[in-house]
Ligand binder design. Structure first.
Ligand code: 5AD
Ligand code: FES
Length: 361
């Protein structure tokens, strides 16, 4: 019985698989419980991370990703350091307490140093007012530490799938796409003391509910501070596109994502969970639905509009033509409409992380 599962304090794998299969009224009960859990353990406030897509140059060639290095159709760009800092200043002006710098993966010294300089400059804005999240792929522990010391305090590195076999179905099997290396990177980030975020895509070809249940148990085992999960959206210029007819429908992927978010909110009530842009891409109300299923973070895009068409990880990405100022007022209205409130001018740290840190220091 779903009611019995929802009363449990610890969810086992079979419970999770059961919850992932819920439909209709049962699914509604799950989402309702997740929303109640979020509102009682956290609150109705939404944290913003202004997203800066700094570069689409990438050494990797993930089989799902539109900006993979083997996609020759993409025009490659890198924002100048000044442009990144300008985006951060705009974030501060709009009252977004935090920025997230995302880029294709590069490991060369010039890139590493450039990020360090940018971090120092962002930290100078209004005496370190802005929180900084990085999402720059796999790096050595030394590089992660260098950036941490330069002022980054959160890092996102999705595991994409915690199942090794599936991992190699959605990535080339070579030394650039090494499952164990990725796991080791997540461990490095946790060790250094980053608020570490990870996540998976939902609705991938060959993905089963058992695998999805294991993904959620993996987040819990790693005790991460943040999770991002969004539906897989096939990109026509990528190898995985050929399986488009073997994945769940758009509606099913949306519902499966919402159930993943809701179940994880029950399992990890105080983490930060993002309502990924991919949700809004497949459903105009997708972001709101993710918030109502337990998510509490939104990442509005601050990338200068002229570059956005070149950062299409998946097709038809939402908000690509919206100016940052437009997203700003749009979001405020949309969140109020569903009984939520945006928390401006705050870092919006993960409560789970803050409590854990207090307990260990
Ligand atoms: N559909 C949905 N999400 C995708 N990502 C990459 N490609 C796709 C896609 N086709 C996600 C990955 C990556 C994040 C930046 O975007 O999970 O970590
Ligand atoms: Fe790996 Fe883009 S090529 S996420």
């Amino acid at each position: 019985m779903i009611q019995d599962i929802l009363k449990k304090s610890v969810l086992e794998k079979e419970d999770i698989v059961h919850l992932l299969a819920t439909q209709g009224e049962e699914m509604k009960m799950l989402l309702k419980k997740a929303l109640e859990t979020k509102l009682s353990r956290l609150d109705n406030r939404i944290h913003l991370r202004g997203l800066i897509e700094m570069s689409n140059i990438c050494r990797k060639s993930c089989l799902y990703c539109g900006v993979r290095s083997d996609n020759r159709k993409v025009e490659r760009y890198t924002l100048s350091e000044d442009e990144v800092v300008e985006c951060a200043k705009l974030a501060h002006k709009l009252g977004y307490g935090s920025v997230a710098i995302q880029s294709g993966e590069r490991n060369d010294a010039a890139f590493v140093e450039s990020i360090t300089r940018i971090l120092h400059r962002i930290k100078e804005i209004d005496n370190g007012a802005l929180g900084v999240t990085l999402s720059l792929g796999e790096q050595s522990e030394d590089v992660y530490r260098q950036w941490f010391e330069a002022g980054a305090h959160r890092y996102l590195l999705r595991i994409e799938s915690s199942n090794e076999e599936l991992y190699y179905k959605i990535h080339p099997h070579d030394e650039r796409h090494d499952f164990h290396k990725r796991l080791a990177c997540i461990d490095s980030l946790l060790r250094i003391g980053y608020q570490t975020g990870t996540g998976v895509m939902v609705g991938l070809p060959f993905q089963t509910s058992e695998i999805l249940a294991d993904d959620l148990l993996f987040f819990k085992e790693k005790d991460v501070a943040m999770v991002g999960m969004g539906p897989f959206i096939p990109h026509p210029d990528t190898p995985l596109y050929q399986y488009s007819d073997q994945i769940p429908t758009i509606e099913e992927r949306m519902n499966l994502t919402l159930k993943m978010i809701a179940i994880l909110r029950l399992m990890m009530p105080e983490i930060n969970m993002v309502a990924a842009t991919a949700n809004q891409t497949i459903d105009p109300m997708g972001r709101e639905k993710a918030i109502m299923a337990g998510a509490n973070v939104i990442m509005p895009n601050l990338t200068p509009n002229e570059y956005r068409e070149d950062y299409l990880i998946y097709p038809d990405k939402a908000c690509v033509s919206d100016k940052p100022e437009e997203c700003f007022s749009c979001l405020d209205i949309r969140m109020k409409a569903i009984g939520h409130e945006i928390l401006y001018n705050a870092w919006g740290d993960s409560v789970a992380f803050t409590k854990k840190k207090a307990a260990t220091t």
